[in-house]
Every structure is written in structure tokens, then in C-alpha cells.
Design a protein around this ligand. Structure first.
Ligand SMILES: [Zn+2]
Length: 56
């Protein structure tokens, strides 16, 4: 996967995460966050952005 694909992938993951925030009634921010699915998705966004910034 090249860097452009990585960026597109991270943007897609972020769109999916934002769509989840719009539909999920749980908390996602701060110490009261209680949505394991949302936390998992956010970790995936961060990991893909890190991979994209490294260019691989
Ligand atoms: Zn959620």
C-alpha cells in the first residue's frame, strides 16, 4: 500500500468514525467515555494516520 492509499484509508476510517459519533448515543470524549466500539474505531484512525505520515 503506498502513501496515497494510506491517506485515503485514514480519511475513510475517520468518516466512518464520525458517522458512528452521529448515530451512537454513548459518550466518546474524556474520562466518562464508555463506548468500546468508538474507542476501537478512534484507535484505528490514529494508527492509520500514523502509518500514512510514515509513508508506508
Ligand atoms: Zn459509540
Amino acid at each position: 500500500m503506498n502513501a496515497t492509499d494510506q491517506v485515503a484509508r485514514s480519511e475513510e476510517l475517520y468518516r466512518i468514525y464520525r458517522a458512528h459519533l452521529d448515530t451512537c448515543p454513548r459518550r466518546h470524549i474524556g474520562i466518562l467515555a464508555d463506548c468500546a466500539e468508538g474507542a476501537r474505531m478512534l484507535r484505528a484512525v490514529h494508527a492509520s494516520r500514523l502509518a500514512a505520515s510514515r509513508g508506508r
